[in-house]
Design a protein around this ligand. Structure first.
Ligand SMILES: Cc1cc2nc3c(=O)[nH]c(=O)nc-3n(C[C@H](O)[C@H](O)[C@H](O)COP(=O)(O)OP(=O)(O)OC[C@H]3O[C@@H](n4cnc5c(N)ncnc54)[C@H](O)[C@@H]3O)c2cc1C
Length: 580
């Protein structure tokens, strides 16, 4: 007999674990979430929060979304990615990023009801964790996962209460390993991982210092400092990252992973900071020194029976593209509704197999993308004549050369502009963030071909209702004239059916399916109206057709028009998707 029983045990209160607990608790599932430490995130690590993640927070409730914006630095202050010789020194180039360039800003506005922002992990994690606890999750701190065994009916995990030193057992129907980049759950569950850990080293220096006079006129999240010798080892240069505008900063400095880790004293750390800031007199309050490694590892399968892994446990990569916590929260959004429906008897356990089928390809994609972004700094170094040597004078002469009137200098300037512009694949890759399309048994395409991407799929989001894609966002209006996103019509743990005038038979069919399905008829004089016609254009179906939307906003089936027997059609599709 176990000490504690719960439906789902989640290991880890990071973005992945806390989001899972918050979603499960919101869906009415009995969930326990544990953390071996007594604190939530104690450093700001993840920060770039993309639109898709904000949609998950919006799905958790307006109060959760609003609190995130309350603590976040808004998109408007994120946009000037600066390349410079030091913060006080010469600016070498600039890139408008994170949806702030005019074309990109329009694309962001058209794509989602939510805005990208900069929300340090020290705010995101407590927000998700408190939402989980407020909605009924049992949170237990200083509680360390040690091991688990699973059988046909459930999982028994052994945990250690670090306050008493006593071990306790928890019996759950499902176990979620959201225990980060050194996941024991993944190891114990035999999750297959590909790639390499520890391919680069980096030092994080967290500090308070007022840089307003150097940055407030060119607000940004990231300032890249390129000085002779800085591109040796590690992540290749000094990064000065805004944590709070403009008086809290995280400095990242690469070290050569083939050498022993440098143990910095406070004076040495401040020396590095002053060197990157370029102001020998700047007052610095150093608050933490930490170390992390660049990893290139992803799980090729994210489930073993009743055990699932998510977040960094399944995908380990550098912070480039800001995808870590975003993808972790999105993993949670994919798995939580499936666990909930299976636990409530609304779906068969086969539905859970679609989690790995859908998310493992994303794990590979984002780990590959994030690691690709590091060598893409190479052309910038090359254009500046930074050849990796420590010959300071020669490199300085190379960098200075770009200001000459010679043809070589003209070519050098062009190369630098091109190299910096290419970094939008790291700092403005809207497609990477929004184009996730699933293929699994929980998606029924009925042979409809996937629409090709008309533009670069990494840079641009391509809305479609092709089954597997996220439901496109457009603004629609309720009877009182309130503006709603099409995404607001869906989610919150339920399937949704969207149709138009002439599609009422779909609504009747949905009511007879034996699971709660929210329905909306969109059109003039209907409860939801589309006066702009934006939804009619985006829906890619006739008015009398229908879209079936999963609780995670992904279209799982569509009928281009009315069919002879809508109930039979819907029944066939739901039987497949729900694995019943
Ligand atoms: C400098 C830096 C900048 C970053 N910037 C971004 C960014 O801009 N955007 C972004 O999306 N991502 C970013 N990331 C990545 C992001 O921080 C991670 O991807 C994210 O934290 C992963 O979340 P997680 O919940 O999977 O794991 P973690 O946040 O690592 O959480 C793991 C949890 O498991 C717990 N745990 C571990 N082992 C046990 C055990 N045995 N028993 C009990 N509990 C255990 C831990 O205490 C913790 O609560 C950045 C990372 C770094 C280092």
């Amino acid at each position: 007999m176990a000490d504690i029983t719960t439906q789902v045990l989640v290991i880890g209160t990071g973005p992945a674990g806390s989001a899972t607990a918050a979603l499960l608790a919101s869906y009415g599932v009995d969930v326990m979430v544990v953390n071996r430490y007594r604190w939530l995130a104690n450093s700001p690590r993840a920060h770039i929060t993309n639109q898709r993640t904000m949609e998950v927070l919006r799905d958790l409730g307006a109060e959760v979304e609003h609190e995130a914006y309350l603590h976040a630095t808004p998109k408007e202050l994120m946009g000037n990615n600066i390349f410079c010789t030091s913060i006080a020194g010469e600016e070498l180039g600039r890139l408008a990023t994170w949806g702030t360039a005019p074309e990109s800003a329009a694309e962001h506005a058209l794509s989602s009801p939510c805005a990208m922002n900069d929300l340090p992990q020290t705010f995101m994690e407590p927000l998700l964790f408190k939402t989980a606890c407020a909605r009924g999750a049992q949170g237990r701190m200083s509680c360390e996962y040690l091991s688990h065994v699973q059988d046909a009916d459930g999982v028994t995990a052994t945990l250690r209460d670090r306050l008493t030193g006593h071990d306790l057992t928890v019996r759950a129907q499902y176990l979620v390993g959201a225990d980060g980049g050194n996941s024991l759950v993944a190891e114990h569950a035999g999750i297959p991982l590909e790639g390499q850990m520890g391919i680069g080293g980096s030092i994080n220096l967290l500090c308070r210092m007022d840089l307003s006079r150097y940055v407030a006129h060119r607000p940004s999240v990231l300032y890249w400092v390129m000085q002779p010798g800085s591109n040796v080892g590690g992540i290749g240069m000094g990064v000065v990252r805004m944590v709070r505008p403009w008086n809290e900063w995280l400095i990242s400095w690469g070290y050569d992973i083939s050498q022993p880790r440098p143990e910095l004293t406070e004076d040495q750390a401040k020396g590095i900071i002053r060197q990157l800031v370029g102001d020998p007199d700047i007052a610095i309050d150093l608050t933490a020194i930490s170390y992390w490694t660049v990893n290139n590892v992803y799980a090729t399968h994210m489930q073993n029976g009743r055990v699932f892994v998510m977040g960094d446990a399944a995908h380990r990569h550098p912070p480039s593209n800001g995808l870590g916590s975003n993808t972790s929260i999105q993993d949670a959004f994919n798995l939580a509704w499936k666990l909930s429906m299976v636990l409530k008897g609304e779906a068969g356990p086969a539905l859970l197999d679609s989690y790995s089928a859908e998310r493992a390809p994303i794990a590979k994609q984002i780990v590959t993308r994030a690691n690709k972004s590091i060598p893409e700094f190479g052309p910038i170094f090359a254009a500046l004549g930074m050849d990796g040597s420590f010959d300071h004078d020669r490199i300085q002469a190379n960098m200075d050369g770009r200001c000459d009137t010679t043809p070589a200098a003209t070519a050098q300037r062009a190369a630098l502009r091109q190299a910096i512009a290419h970094k939008k694949y790291e700092f403005d890759a809207h497609g990477v963030e929004m184009n996730q399309r699933y293929r699994s048994a929980a998606i029924v395409t009925d042979g409809q071909a996937e629409p090709a991407f008309a533009r670069d799929a990494e840079l641009h989001y391509a809305p479609t209702t092709w089954p597997g894609a996220r439901l496109p966002h457009t603004w629609v209006y309720d009877k009182d004239g309130n503006r709603l996103s099409t995404l607001d019509l869906c989610g919150r743990g339920q399937f949704t059916l969207l149709t138009g005038i002439g599609g009422e038979a779909w609504v009747d069919a949905a009511r007879a399916m034996g699971i709660p399905i929210r329905t909306h008829v969109i059109g003039p004089r209907r409860p939801v109206n589309d006066p702009s016609g934006d939804w009619a254009r985006a829906s890619e179906i006739a008015d009398a057709g229908c879209l079936l939307i999963r609780p995670d906003h992904h279209v799982c089936w569509r009928s281009p028009d009315m069919v002879a027997d809508p109930a039979a059609a819907l029944n066939r599709v739901l039987t497949t998707i729900l694995g019943k």
